[in-house]
Design a protein around this ligand. Structure first.
Ligand code: SF4
Length: 358
């Protein structure tokens, strides 16, 4: 199996590899011994719903072989189809696309690093454009300052993206093509990945596979109900933030690059606390257009059109990521309110109530 397909399991070639593998999904799911792809598939969906990424847990990175990683993608598609929760499919597809985006932009910048292993697993811009049948629709400008994308493909890929800047009215349009910057082309490719992942989901699941995944679906359902507790808290009051969020705000404003789970937790918390875009960017210490785009994108993905939205991770998850100062083994923060709650939003609500009562 090609390691490139394990990193980009939505590629046509990856689908072909899965088809050619002498093991079907029924055997993976119902075999006497649990196939590692099932465990990784569960992690894939859980991380997508909770953390906004499908990367393996950093501590587990070396455990998954190419085969398990590749097969975990069809398993994850089945699992997310069986999880009965609003917005799960959309959030799963966005997380797959976000992870692919991180990987392909990194590959474009570091195609080879002088390491054969990197050259084997990296994808090029040309290959990704060809994958989405965009080779004839995207060309570099003569001045080398961006790309021109045929208007039809531009509209198909940008219509779901937020922001006035994607509107055709604000764009240079010439000879049936729209000019975009390099980073905007990457955004369009991320959207192409999201659309491909979302296509066909939720999928019909045969009874045999459904029965084989009962426990895993129940496990994910619990995870989702834990994070689907979000409610409107119409007041933004940084003084009432729990220690974990105050610490994230402080570190972000000091210019620290937060890990994916930490940034997700911060953006999801601030969105739940009704921060508008300017407040969000200020509290996340955003000082560049590129970072602003990424934080805005994450915020838009945290809340969806139907009003359903991710709550930030629970205290247990924050502690597991090393982002709960109260659970810090070496220098724990003491906070009485943290002893009685299990979710940062619950802390915030209690703190707001106490402030109102005073
Ligand atoms: S106990 Fe919960 S609310 Fe308190 S700092 Fe830790 S994660 Fe945050």
């Amino acid at each position: 199996m090609d390691p490139l397909h394990a990193r980009y399991p939505f590629l046509d070639g990856a689908r072909e590899s899965v088809r050619e593998a002498d093991i079907g999904l029924v055997a993976v799911v119902t075999g006497d011994e649990r196939h590692p792809a099932v465990e990784r598939g569960v992690e894939r969906v859980r991380r997508a719903l909770v953390d906004g990424t499908v990367r393996p847990d950093p501590d587990d990175e070396r455990r998954w072989g190419t085969r398990a990683e590749l097969l975990s993608y069809p398993v994850a598609r089945v699992l997310v189809s069986l999880v009965d929760a609003p917005g799960a499919v959309e959030k799963y597809a966005s997380s797959e696309a976000d992870t692919a985006f991180e990987r392909f932009t990194d590959d474009f910048e570091n195609p080879d690093d002088g390491l054969k292993s990197t050259a084997d697993t990296a994808i090029s811009l040309d290959a990704l454009l060809a994958e989405f049948d965009l080779s004839g629709s995207v060309r570099e400008t003569d001045a080398g300052d961006g790309y021109r994308v045929s208007v039809g493909r531009y509209l198909a890929l940008s219509s779901n993206l937020d922001g006035e800047s994607w509107s055709l009215a604000t764009r240079q349009l010439a000879d049936g093509a729209v000019k975009v910057s390099e980073s905007e082309l990457h955004d369009l490719l991320r959207e192409a990945v999201r659309q491909r992942v979302a296509a066909g989901l939720p999928t019909e699941v045969p009874d045999e596979i459904r029965a084989g995944l009962t426990d895993e679906v129940a496990q994910l359902q619990d995870t989702f109900s834990e994070i689907d507790i979000s409610r409107d808290i119409p007041i933004l009051a940084p003084d009432c933030f729990p220690p974990c969020v105050s610490s994230l705000v402080e570190r972000a404003q000091d210019g620290e690059e937060l890990s994916d789970p930490a940034e997700f937790a911060l953006v999801a918390f601030l969105t739940s606390a009704n921060a508008d875009t300017d407040e969000l960017l200020a509290l996340c210490g955003v000082d560049s257009d590129t970072r602003a785009k990424s934080v805005r994108y994450r915020a838009n993905r945290v809340g969806d059109e139907s009003g359903a939205q991710y709550a930030p991770p629970s205290c247990e998850t924050m502690a597991a990521y090393g982002e709960c100062p109260v659970a810090d083994d070496e220098d724990p923060t003491t906070d009485a309110r943290c002893d009685s709650i299990s979710h940062p939003l619950a802390y915030y609500e209690e703190a707001l109530d106490d402030t109102e009562n005073v």
